[in-house]
Every structure is written in C-alpha cells, then in structure tokens.
Design a protein around this ligand. Structure first.
Ligand code: KG4
Ligand code: ZN
Length: 339
C-alpha cells in the first residue's frame, strides 16, 4: 500500500510517500520545506504569507516526493492531507491540492487530523501496538491521551492556558533569543545554570493531568525585570531555568497519567511522546526517566518526525485507509478540530 501525504497547516510545506512495509522500509520520501525565513522578520507565523508560500511550493514538492519514492500518481492507493486543525488558508491549500490529485487520478481522498498525525507517528517508526500513553506537545497543543486505536483517544488532561511550544516561543521572545523559540531556548540553555534563578512549577503535585504554562512565562518576565542589565549569561540561565521547569512539569504530569493508564489498562506502557517540543533532548531524557521508574520505556520518533512533516500525515492516512476510511471531496477544512 502506498499513500501520498500532504501537510500545510502551519509554516511547513510538506509532502511524503509512505508504505505499509516493515518498519525501516516505510518512508519512501519525506520532503519538508520550512518557511522559517519568510516569517522570521515578524517573530511568528503570518497566516497570509504562510498560505501564499504553501501555494507556490506544494505542486513542485509533491512531484519531487513522487520522484524520490520512484512512483507515479497511478501507483498510489490514496491521497491524504491535513484538513485541520491549523491556519485555514494553509489547510485549504494542501487539502485542495490533495482533492484535485484524487479527482484527476480517480484515487480515494483521506482527510487527516493533524493531531492524529502526531499521535500515530511512533507507529510509523516502531512496531508499536495499541494501547499506549501519549504526551502530545506542540506549538498549539499540550495533552496526555490514552491511544487505544486509530480514532480512539481518551483524554487524561490538557493545558488550561498556553500550549508548551507556545510557552517556549514566548519565552524565547522575552529573552530575545530569536525565532523559532523552542530550538533557540534549548541551544541557549546549554550554557546556562538552571538553578541560579528560581522559577515556579505550575500544577506539579496537583491531582489530575492538566498543565498550565502562562504563569511560568510571566515568571520569566518578572525575573528579567528584576535584573539591572540583562547579560548573555542571564539569558542563558533563564533559558535553562525555564527549560528545567517545563521538564519538571511535563515529567510530573506524565508520571501521574502513566499511573492512571497502568491502572486502567493493566499494561505497563509504553509512554510515547510526539509533536514539535518532543525534539527537545532535556525533555526526552526526563520522560525516559519517568517511564523507567514506572517499569516501562519511552518511545520517541526521530527529531525530524517530531516537528511537522508529511510522513506523519501519510502514515495516519494509511492507518485510516486500511481500516476502510475514505472521505468525500466535500470534506471541509476545520481550523479547530479536537482529537
Ligand atoms: O508540532 P510542531 O512542529 O507544530 C505544531 O503543530 O504546532 O511544533 C512546533 C513547536 C514550536 O512551538 C517550537 O518552538 C517547538 O515545537 N519546538 C521545540 C523544539 N523544537 C521545536 N520546543 C522545545 N525544544 C525544541 N528543540
Ligand atoms: Zn504539529
């Protein structure tokens, strides 16, 4: 089975071809064009610029993905695209491209929820049966879910304010570390002392599995305000303190969710992490400790498959398609679409 997947919901234009071969041979092509440079000047993603940029590149990217995979449109079993959640202009570009290909070549169209793409990525790269506990941490989302099957998600908790990636991005802005924020904070934190400046650990120790990050970001702002002149070392120390606080919060919440998952399913795990923030090495190390302390392991997709890409959409499309899911060409774009 061969599926083309298209992703255009934020600032990455992506196209990929995946198959249902054995792990290791599934990724036939995975091309990502990042619009970073087009948005850098504005310090964040500008929706109109993103949509136009997707439109300019998507056709060539799809053609290149097919070439790299060594296949034709005729060889494909279905065409999958992100139909939400995300920036509506960008979602429309990828979705309409996929629908047009499906219509012209007489192929099934499969609509994919971007979050489901992240949620199932670990099954593309690992022999991973259901169920598993998923920590989904991206720019727009922060959730803990029991993944019981394709389309079967039970939410244990989520953020009551900012998403964790958003907190990284806003903190990077406060610290003037550049854009995009997550990787910038991680880089600068390497030369920082996480213990010099104390930051809060919102929600740690509380019952339930919810998160809160806005207070942490505010605490960074206050800490900055107390410094007389902000040196590069101050920025590094604050970046390290922020990253350590986030890791503590995510570890505490994940440990709780894992205990609940173990009690409910009678299975030890595994703990799976996905989404752009899962590219953070400090975080991965902490989550790995959490999993081990509770008798299981952490499964994390490779970095390049944590941030937005086409392979995750192609794979989620494949998982849905092989269960019989096909969507109509009238399927709507959904800027908001919870899992
Ligand atoms: O999943 P993703 O690529 O897009 C969304 O669906 O949101 O996630 C992007 C988010 C951004 O907030 C970015 O700052 C964050 O993931 N991110 C990181 C790292 N790499 C990307 N956060 C922390 N550490 C990183 N290394
Ligand atoms: Zn994403």
């Amino acid at each position: 089975m061969l599926i083309l997947g298209i992703e255009t919901s934020c600032d990455e234009t992506a196209a990929a071809v995946v198959s249902d071969a054995d792990v290791g041979a599934r990724l036939r092509a995975n091309l990502v064009f990042t619009q970073l440079e087009e948005h850098r000047l504005y310090g964040g993603v500008v929706p109109e610029i993103a949509a136009r940029s997707h439109l300019e590149r998507i056709d060539a990217l799809v053609a290149e993905a097919l070439r790299e995979a060594g296949v034709d449109f005729a060889d494909l079993d279905a065409i999958a695209a992100t139909t939400g959640p995300g920036l509506i202009g960008g979602v429309m570009v990828g979705m309409m491209t996929a629908k047009a290909i499906a219509a012209v070549h007489g192929k099934p169209f499969v609509a994919v929820n971007h979050l489901e793409g992240h949620a199932l990525t670990a099954r593309l790269t690992h022999d991973l049966p259901f169920p598993y506990l998923l920590l989904l941490v991206s720019g727009g989302h922060c959730q803990l879910l029991a993944v019981e099957g394709v389309g079967r998600y039970r939410r244990y908790g989520g953020t009551i304010d900012d998403a964790v990636g958003e907190a990284f991005d806003k903190t990077a802005k406060l610290l003037e570390l550049g854009y995009p924020g997550g990787p910038a904070v991680e880089r600068r934190a390497r030369s920082g002392d996480p213990r010099r400046i104390a930051l809060p650990r919102p929600m740690v120790g509380r019952p339930g599995c919810d998160f809160s990050f806005s207070g942490l970001k505010t605490a960074v702002r206050h800490a900055l305000g107390k410094l007389e002149s902000v040196t590069p070392q101050d920025r590094a120390d604050l970046a390290a303190a922020f990253q350590a606080a986030v890791a503590d919060v995510l570890a505490d919440r994940s440990a709780r969710a894992l205990a609940r998952f173990q009690a409910e399913t009678g299975q030890s795990g595994p703990l799976v992490v996905a989404g752009g923030v899962a590219a953070n090495a400090t975080l991965r190390a902490r989550l790995s400790d959490v999993a081990q302390a509770q008798g299981t392991e952490l499964i994390a997709p490779p970095m390049a498959l944590c941030t937005d890409n086409g392979a995750m959409i192609a794979w989620a499309g494949l998982e849905r398609f092989r269960l019989g899911a096909v969507d109509g060409l009238d399927f709507p774009a959904r800027p908001r679409w919870p899992l």
